[in-house]
Design a protein around this ligand. Sequence first.
Ligand SMILES: Nc1ncnc2c1ncn2[C@@H]1O[C@H](COP(=O)(O)OP(=O)(O)OP(=O)(O)O)[C@@H](O)[C@H]1O
Ligand SMILES: O=P(O)(O)OC[C@@]1(O)O[C@H](CO)[C@@H](O)[C@@H]1O
Length: 308
Amino acid sequence: MIYTVTLNPALDYFMEYNQFEEGKVNRTRLTKMLPGGKGIMESRMMNRLEVENTALGFIGGFAGRFIDDFLKSEGSQTAFTPIFAETRINVKIKTRSNETSLDAAGPNLTDDDVKKFRKEFERLSENDSVVFAGTIPRALGETFYQRLIREVKSYGAEFAIDVDGGKLLETLSAGPIVVKPNLEELEEIFSVKFEKTEEVIPYGKKMLAMGAQNVIVSMAGDGALLFTDDKVYFAEPVKGIVKNSIGAGDSTMAGFLAEWSKSHDAIAAFKRGIACGTAKVFSEDMPSKVFLEKCFNQIKIKEISNGN
Ligand SMILES: Nc1ncnc2c1ncn2[C@@H]1O[C@H](COP(=O)(O)OP(=O)(O)OP(=O)(O)O)[C@@H](O)[C@H]1O
Ligand SMILES: O=P(O)(O)OC[C@@]1(O)O[C@H](CO)[C@@H](O)[C@@H]1O
């Protein structure tokens, strides 16, 4: 079983405008609500790939119920920890040329909430993997993921993680299946600025050396790199019209883990991940299975270095 952990889920409220002007009254062209939060996006993509998954995290109030019902209706199992506080609502403003996210901090959590949540990990065994994704609510403290990783490993399960900045580096020595910083995140982590793709390579390798089993560096419309064993691979970007790029990274992680859980083949997993990220950005919401396959058939992966 793949467990997705979203400590800070969100109801994503999409508001689309022909034109948007700050400080003015703006009337929407279209609105829609979707379940959000990085692990939740991953669960949704795994449903499209027909891979069994269970979503964990804290949910409360009407937004929480909406997320739980939505995920179940799409095929996820859920074992969320119910909380008294309200799940956040993140506003995603879309115009013809721009996407802007107004993300809320999220609810307060009590010691009792945390205790109940941690109990869910008792179900883990060697055949399971857990993916931690997204921000940690303030109440839980910066090292919360590290504590959870120790717990996951104590049951013999594997983990992957998608979290910003230095917090990601601190998890590498525990051997995540895969991490997937984007270019800006990698620049921030190592305090560098990349001019060319080749400059990224030493930093991907560094993350492997620090303990990650596989590293993907995603570069949005410029493709992505995979670092595995001593090899580096490049996935060429697919061209198309971007409809909704929110969750592109989550979809990439989901695709990778879905394939990895079956084959443990990093290159096949990379190809599946890139197909999922690509199909996501070219779709308004989660892509259909047919479109996912169409994108999969367009992905070209080539080896670019033997790592020397
Ligand atoms: N404009 C685009 N055109 C084609 N593919 C894209 C585009 N943007 C994203 N993708 C696909 O999705 C993958 C992940 O995108 P990206 O690098 O933007 O991740 P991210 O920054 O983690 O995404 P997000 O934070 O929006 O979820 C890319 O490697 C690529 O395969
Ligand atoms: O605050 P976090 O957890 O970093 O990000 C939350 C979020 O922006 O990420 C998802 C897309 O990746 C959205 O569904 C959600 O609103």
